[in-house]
Write a protein of this length. Sequence first.
Length: 212
Amino acid sequence: MKKIAYIATLAAGLGLASAALAGESSWGPGADDASFQAMLKSGFRDAGIVKTTRLEQDATQAFCSDPKFAESKDAAKKRAEIEAANLATVKWPSDGKFLGDYKEGEKVAQSGRGLTSTDKADQVNGGNCYNCHQLDPKEISYGTIGPSLLGYGKLKGTSETALKETWSKIWNSKSSNACSNMPRGGHMGIITEKQIQDLMALLLDPASPVNK
């Protein structure tokens, strides 16, 4: 099984950028943000499909990077607003079908390929799901950043509510948790609608190893 991390250098840059927006850079609390931003711009460059624009945070990322928001009296209200805004971005399956092929979904979950400077713009990315979740009980290599998804379909069922909750979580994880660590797969264009349908089947199809 191949597990390839998404752009290690830019991921590090994103972590530094988050710290800077929170008022803390690698130089310690209260470091000069302008100097840090200048260093950031000079330290990274575009390479192939990887652009330094990935270092720019949107409103959701900026909120979750700033500890002052979490400590403020308006934090709960702001989180709710962010979740509602992200939920509004969710695009439902164009053909009305939520479930694809769970066997193809397993391939998507296993693959971490994509989004590096050596990849092509038209290359299909992987979902990298095993990097954070346990899915197939036979797979011994998986991460624990996210919860185990064993028995997910048994637990959730396939009601319209369950289908939409699961789809929206994969499409845009911030729609239900403003500061989720999970990538916004569909919203950020990381994976396709077809791939999401296949991942949905992996999670919800009774025949899927997830539900055995």
